[in-house]
Design a protein around this ligand. Structure first.
Ligand SMILES: [Fe+2]
Length: 204
């Protein structure tokens, strides 16, 4: 075929570590305690995160707040470095650093609408509690707003030609993406709470 692909969009998905079930359970406990303790965050979430709790508006640097989250930062940074290397980014000798880290608790019916993460270059999520059937992370083709007169893609089109891709939420997995890539979490339709930790990295 005289056709080559250019400008790919990369998404990284790997287990945080081998045998991390205990670590995830510890983080899930901390996230739940945080919600109980963080009245400002609950108030912020009531306005901005209907049906769920996020510490994004109140405590968005959890890596500086507890040793468990500091450990998570250390483990995540290895993955982010590997991803940045694979993207062939020239960091000009600068260091990468986690700028934000926050918890997201999604009870039944909670959803997180389409957004991107400004002021960082790599973002991601770590899954700490993912009841069977809970929603995954849905990414949108970053060119979608430029398609204008383009016809839709065939339903059976190859995965790389689809306009959306959904990664299942699986406890213990890290998903990384470039921060400009828009994504959403569809409504949680199962009768159990989904817990994830999101984060941003910058280079400085
Ligand atoms: Fe996000």
């Amino acid at each position: 075929m005289p056709i080559r692909a250019w400008f790919p969009t990369f998404i990284y998905c790997e287990p945080l570590q081998r045998g991390g079930a205990r670590f995830s359970a510890e983080l899930a406990g901390e996230c739940r305690r945080l919600r109980d303790y963080d009245a400002a965050g609950r108030a912020w979430s009531a306005k901005n995160y209907p049906g769920g709790y996020t510490s994004y508006g109140s405590m968005a640097q959890l890596q500086k707040f507890s040793s468990t989250f500091a450990t998570l930062e250390r483990k995540l940074t290895r993955h982010v470095r590997a991803f940045a290397r694979a993207l062939e980014l020239d960091l000009r000798g600068r260091e990468i650093c986690m700028t934000d880290c926050w918890a997201n608790l999604m009870p039944p019916a909670a959803a997180h609408s389409l957004h991107l993460h400004p002021l960082s270059f790599i973002s991601g999520t770590y899954y700490v509690a993912t009841p069977s059937g809970c929603p995954g992370l849905k990414f949108e083709d970053p060119r979608l707003d430029r398609f204008m007169a383009a016809p839709p893609r065939r339903p059976g089109a190859r995965a790389e030609n689809q306009t959306h891709v959904t990664y299942p939420a699986e406890t213990g997995q890290v998903i990384l993406f470039e921060s400009w890539l828009r994504h959403e979490v569809p409504p949680n339709r199962v009768d159990a709470e989904r817990i994830s930790i999101s984060f941003n990295y910058n280079w400085a």
